[in-house]
Ligand binder design. Structure first.
Ligand code: NZQ
Ligand code: ZN
Length: 388
């Protein structure tokens, strides 16, 4: 097993009818800014319930955080935080709102030019980079990103999506009420299953380091997603399916699965360029890239792919090659069974558009990807051609 640090201070409030309890975790004299997205939380009455739970505190609202949250939008909230002396942020939404709120927290009193927050790459932003960080909590409405229980965010700016990582970006608490996800359109629920699945495979389908427990946790989450995925998408008010979906999403990217094992973020990194170039939903880019990436890289990942085939898909073929091919086919079929297309052409993308994605990978320095740092732009090109 590799050396690792594990730190995760986020309090989880899991379960039904607990909105009033958020008040116990926010200072009673705090001036609060509620952040939300395009309006789903406003329309279904959730924002009003949260305001009610906040009682006598002074509460302001900032709506309109779009999917793949944009720097410019978030800077408008930063202005409000500074002008109004906000001292607590309450994020209500999915990954985009939560990521956006993390950025607002960091940017409000950042010491330098706020655009530089997007230049740290996968390095942690130091604690002293800002005069202070605004503490925040989250009420999750879409189980997918895992942002509610981690310290990362992904922010869009110009033609790119940029990671932002800081120990100061852990939520103080996250309310995970599966019933708050009932209003999700089926496609967003399906996106949530796929995103979670890929967060796990990126920390599992690499090379073995005898992380026996991490492997079993990863397999446990993958098996759970396969068991409840279809139900979570087709029966939106099935509490048990949604409860398992929500908890799988949070656990997948909270640091436990990835502790002490290699990671391969290539699927996400290539996927981010596809979203930035063509506007395809985050999880749908992953559904396109992952099966093709596994096919092109199957020699590098042979041992873990065999383990995945046997333990997750229960494949008993005699020949290794057949086992692996079948496991990759099963992965693609699973995504398709949820209503998520896995071919670039099905999203209207043509082969001639692939070089744009490759150029952007190069422009953003993403030229040595994967757990072995040898996934070059030429190989990314092959993966995307395989994904057509
Ligand atoms: O904006 P509203 O009107 O609320 O609608 C949203 C949005 O249109 C809707 N929605 C959310 N909850 C709903 C709902 N509609 C009805 N009922 C509800 N209960 O769903 C749409 C998509 O929301 P979004 O937040 O964009 O989706 P998701 O949670 O998939 O987040 C995607 C973002 O997360 C980033 C992605 O890059 C992308 O920007 N990620 C963040 C990560 C992290 N912080 O660790 C890791 C992930 O890999 C991911 O990259
Ligand atoms: Zn993701």
């Amino acid at each position: 097993m590799l050396n690792f640090d594990f730190y995760n201070p986020t309090r989880i409030l899991f379960g039904k009818d607990r909105i009033d309890e958020i008040s116990n975790h926010i200072p009673s004299n705090a001036k609060v800014l509620i952040t939300y997205g395009g309006g789903s939380a406003k329309k279904n009455g959730l924002i009003d319930k949260i305001k009610n739970a906040l009682g006598k505190r002074i509460v302001l609202e900032f709506g309109g955080i779009e999917a793949n949250p944009h720097f410019e939008t978030l800077m408008k909230a930063v202005d409000i935080v500074r002008k109004e002396n906000i001292d607590f942020l309450m994020a209500v939404g999915g990954g985009s709102v939560i990521d956006g709120t993390k950025f607002i927290s960091i940017a409000s009193y950042y010491k330098g030019n706020t655009e530089n927050i997007l230049k740290y790459g996968f390095s942690l932003i130091p604690k002293d980079a800002a005069e202070k960080y605004i503490p925040f909590g989250t009420v999750l409405t879409l189980p997918a990103s895992g942002s509610e229980m981690n310290s990362g965010a992904v922010i869009s700016h110009g033609d790119g999506k940029f990671p932002v990582l800081s120990e100061m970006a852990f939520p103080q608490f996250s309310l995970l009420d599966p019933a708050l996800t009932y209003t999700l359109p089926a496609i967003q629920a399906a996106n949530g299953i796929v995103d979670t699945f890929v967060h796990v495979t990126e920390q599992y389908l690499t090379y073995p380091v005898k992380g026996l427990l991490q492997d079993r946790i990863a397999e446990g989450i993958l098996l759970t997603l396969i068991e409840i995925g279809k139900t979570s998408v087709t029966e939106p008010e099935n509490y048990d399916a949604r409860a398992n979906h929500v908890w799988s999403s949070s656990l997948a990217l909270c640091g436990i699965v990835g502790a002490g094992v290699p990671k391969d973020l290539a699927t996400h990194i290539i996927g981010h360029e596809i979203t930035a170039s063509f506007g395809i939903d985050h999880a749908q880019t992953l559904a396109v890239v992952l099966p093709s990436m596994l096919k092109i890289r199957k020699d590098k990942k042979k041992e873990k792919l065999l383990q995945y085939a046997e333990r997750v898909w229960n494949i008993k073929e005699v020949k290794d090659e057949d086992k692996i091919d079948k496991a990759i086919d099963k992965t693609r079929e699973f995504f398709e069974s949820l209503g998520i297309k896995t071919r670039l052409s099905k999203y209207g993308i043509k082969k001639e558009q692939i070089p744009l994605v490759i150029e952007r990978l190069k422009e953003h320095g993403m030229t040595a990807l994967s757990e072995t740092h040898d996934l070059t732009p030429d190989i990314s090109q092959k993966i995307l051609e395989e994904a057509m």
